[in-house]
Design a binder for this molecule. Structure first.
Ligand code: PGA
Length: 253
C-alpha cells in the first residue's frame, strides 16, 4: 500500500514548553502505526532538536522542518539549509505551503530549486499545492494545480518524483473551518494522480502519496482518508490539540 501520512503543521505557534507538552501528550497515547503509516511533525526551527529527541525511537514518527533554503550554504541571513536540518537528523521538509507562497512570494520555479536540493541530498519533501477561492469559483482548479505540478515537479526524473509527497491544500479551506468535501478532495486527488500518470505513467503515479490539507480534524479525517486517492492529511489547527491529532493519526488507512 502507498505510504499513508498524518502530518502536523504547527506553523508559527507554541512556546518551547507548550511544544514539549503537546508532543508528550501525543506520544503518551497508544497509537500503533503500521509500516506503511507515519506521523510527521512539521514544527518551528528552534524546536527541531527537542522534537527529534522526544520522537526518536517512536516507530514511524518523524520530525519535519516547515521550510528550507534553495542554496547549499552561504550569505543568506536568516535562512536554513538542507545540510543544517540533516545535521539535526531531520529528513522531512514542507515546501511551498500557500502561506509561504503568499507572504514570502515563493514561486513555482523557486520551489523547483528547493525540491532539487532536497532530492539531491536525500531529504523528503512534502510539496504543497492548491488553488485560491476565485479559481475554485471559476472551476479551473484542476488546471491551476496541474500547472503548479508542471512548473515545480515535472523536471524531476521518475525516480526522484516518487520521493515527493504531495499535499493538496485548497487555500479557501486552510484555517477557515471550511473543509473540502470528501468528494471534492477525491476529485482533485484523482486529477493530480492523472496528471502525474500523464507525465510519468500509471505505475509511478500510483506510488505517490497525496495528502489533503485544509481544516482536517478528528471529525472529518476518517471520511477524507477513506477516499481512494487521499493518503492522509496535512493538518494545521487540529494538530495543536493532542487528542485531535491522535485521532487523526488513528484515521489513517
Ligand atoms: P488547517 O491548516 O488545518 O488549520 O486548515 C492546514 C495547513 O495549512 O497545512
Amino acid at each position: 500500500m502507498r505510504a499513508q501520512i498524518a502530518a502536523a503543521n504547527w506553523k508559527m505557534n507554541l512556546t518551547l514548553k507548550q511544544g514539549e507538552e503537546l508532543l508528550d501528550a501525543i506520544i503518551s497515547q497508544p497509537t500503533q502505526l503500521q509500516s506503511h503509516q507515519s506521523a510527521v511533525f512539521a514544527i518551528p526551527f528552534p524546536y527541531l532538536t527537542m522534537a527529534q529527541q522526544k520522537l526518536s525511537g517512536k516507530y514511524q514518527y518523524f520530525v519535519a522542518a516547515q521550510n528550507c533554503h534553495n542554496k547549499k550554504s552561504g550569505a543568506y541571513t536568516g535562512e536554513t539549509s538542507v545540510e543544517m536540518l540533516q545535521s539535526l537528523g531531520v529528513n522531512y521538509v514542507v515546501l511551498g505551503h500557500s502561506e509561504r507562497r503568499e507572504y514570502f512570494l515563493e514561486s513555482n520555479q523557486f520551489l523547483a530549486e528547493k525540491l532539487d536540493i532536497c532530492l539531491a541530498n536525500g531529504m523528503h519533501p512534502i510539496f504543497c499545492c492548491g488553488e485560491p477561492l476565485q479559481i475554485r469559483e471559476a472551476n479551473t482548479q484542476n488546471e491551476f494545480v496541474a500547472k503548479q505540478l508542471e512548473e515545480s515537479l515535472y523536471h524531476l526524473s521518475a525516480d526522484e518524483v516518487q520521493k515527493v509527497v504531495i499535499a493538496y491544500e485548497p487555500i479557501w479551506a486552510i484555517g477557515t473551518g471550511k473543509t473540502a468535501s470528501s468528494a471534492q478532495a477525491q476529485e482533485m486527488h484523482a486529477s493530480i494522480r492523472s496528471s502525474l500518470a500523464g507525465k510519468y505513467g500509471d505505475e509511478v503515479a500510483a506510488k505517490i502519496s497525496i495528502l489533503y490539507g485544509g481544516s482536517v480534524k478528528a471529525a472529518n479525517a476518517v471520511e477524507l482518508f477513506a477516499q481512494p486517492d487521499v493518503d492522509g492529511g496535512l493538518v494545521g489547527g487540529a494538530s495543536l490539540l493532542a487528542d485531535e491529532f491522535v485521532a487523526i493519526i488513528k484515521a489513517l488507512k
